[in-house]
Design a protein around this ligand. Structure first.
Ligand code: PLP
Length: 451
């Protein structure tokens, strides 16, 4: 198996960076102009992380594609890091948004759509009661607060190298000696996350049991498969044991389906028959219109109600004036009933299989020590020969320079991957031809890397 020649990698990066800049004068000009009014020239901090010298500025997006201001067309396999998993601006959602926006956008009063969407969520995920927030981050934060209130315990438990949005308690990693510390880059934490959080490796049931046995964990917050450090799948039996152990030790189980909705219309929870106490999902449920939801079982709802204070319910730390607004609920109703349907998933899965097969063959043909993993309509290659068992193994396989080259190489040839790792997501509008184009470009990159 070849190892990557770092000098060749650097030379390729230089060539690709020049190509990127030369071909995008309008994006560059906007970036330079933006630097005078936007911090670092971009409207939010992550947007500097794209592999190009600046991000391509978008002119318009539709379905599985977008155009930048220089006229380049891209196959979008990032899809707003799942926010646009529906495809960009799906017709049914756009129509609902158009109609609702003429009838009122936000009122702090419920609409019929709220009841309809909650009923649809009941059917999809099996949980009895639902509340809305604007982001998955908020939905996670609110679920954690409720869990701590319910069982009066101070801590939460997460899996190493998880990502659940900008939730303070989750920015923690394990050190090799088993102690935990704030994750690198943690900006201005209020308290040391080791005070609020226990962290164990995914798939490590002994460590999970040991951590829960302290009796101070209010809830476990988990993606059913890690998706934010590459994909890490659960071992057979992991979820049953996680459920049994959380029950045994009196911790609530919150499943974050924000990315794993890729497993099917009812997420991983329905696909694999999980039985969480609470469930969170954001990003794509309104086709990218800000909105998120968190649901809970009858038992949890009863415990929340028993602690509810009418007088203080607006200042208890769960809120958001725009949460549950009429526009995002109209977008969710249309998206859930007409866009992210079972029929759409039935189309997306084989397209993801095709992407995975193309990447797998490329890896094999060029004898790269890499592998590819698929979870429903999401797939990802990692720079290690075997699938990781946990977050540390996945994190150790990351190679920032190599990742940037693969992303820039793809971008220069009209393909967008997520800027964080090597993830590709299929929307209902993604076609087999889009995937085949990725396969061709991926093989070209491997050929050049192999030398
Ligand atoms: C699993 C998971 N949960 C929650 C979030 C937070 O979503 P948002 O940034 O939209 O609040 C993310 C974001 O990437 C995520 O991957």
């Amino acid at each position: 198996m070849p190892t990557i020649d770092r000098r060749r990698l650097a030379a390729l990066m230089e060539r690709e960076q020049k190509k990127f800049v030369d071909e995008r004068p309008k994006s560059q000009a906007l970036f330079e102009r933006g630097k005078k009014s936007l911090l670092a020239g971009v409207p939010m901090n992550w947007m500097v992380k794209w592999a190009g010298a600046f991000p391509p500025f978008v002119r318009e997006a539709q379905g599985a594609h977008f155009y930048d201001v220089d006229g380049h067309r891209y196959i979008d396999l990032c899809l707003g890091d799942t926010g646009a998993m529906t495809g960009h601006s799906p017709f049914a959602t756009v129509k609902a948004i158009e109609e609702q926006s003429k009838r009122g956008i936000t009122l702090m009063l419920p609409s019929e759509d709220a009841v309809f969407v909650a009923e649809e969520l009941q059917k999809r995920f099996g949980l009895a009661y639902w509340q809305f927030a604007l982001t998955a981050t908020d939905a996670n934060r609110f679920s954690i607060r409720l869990a701590r209130q319910i069982n009066g315990r101070p801590k939460i438990l997460v899996f190493n190298w998880c990502y659940h949005g900008s939730v303070d308690e989750t920015f923690i990693t394990l050190l090799p000696d088993g102690t935990a510390q704030a994750r690198r880059g943690n900006i201005g934490p209020a308290v040391d996350p080791a005070e609020t959080t226990r962290v164990v490796e995914f798939n490590d049931l002994n460590a999970l049991e040991a951590a829960l046995s302290h009796g101070d964990v209010a809830c476990v917050l988990a993606e059913p498969a890690l998706t934010n450090v590459g994909i890490v799948l659960p071992d057979p039996g992991f979820h049953k044991a996680l459920r049994d152990l959380t029950r045994k030790h009196g911790a609530l189980l919150i499943i974050d389906e924000t990315h794993t909705i890729c497993a099917g219309p009812g997420g991983y929870t329905r696909a694999e028959n999980l039985d969480p106490d609470m469930l969170v999902i954001g990003k794509p449920i309104g086709a990218g219109v800000p909105g998120a939801t968190y649901g809970f079982t009858q038992d949890v709802a009863d415990m929340i109600s028993a602690r509810h204070s009418l007088e203080d319910c607006d200042t208890g730390g769960i809120g958001g004036t725009l949460a549950g607004n009429a526009l995002s609920l109209a977008a969710m109703r249309a998206t859930l009933t007409k866009v992210l349907t079972k029929e759409a998933f039935d189309r997306m899965m084989p397209v993801a299989e095709r992407w995975t097969a193309g990447v797998e063959k490329g890896i094999k043909d060029f004898d790269m020590p890499w592998h590819v993993t698929r979870l429903g309509c999401r797939a990802e290659y990692l720079f290690a020969p075997n699938a990781p068992k946990n977050g540390t193994e996945a994190h150790d396989a990351m190679d920032f320079e190599l990742e940037r080259l693969m992303h820039l190489y793809a971008m220069n040839r009209g393909i967008l991957l997520t800027p964080f790792h090597n993830m590709a997501l299929m929307s209902p509008a993604t076609a087999p031809d889009d995937v085949d184009q990725h396969t061709r470009v991926f093989r070209e990159a491997l050929k050049e890397l192999a030398g």
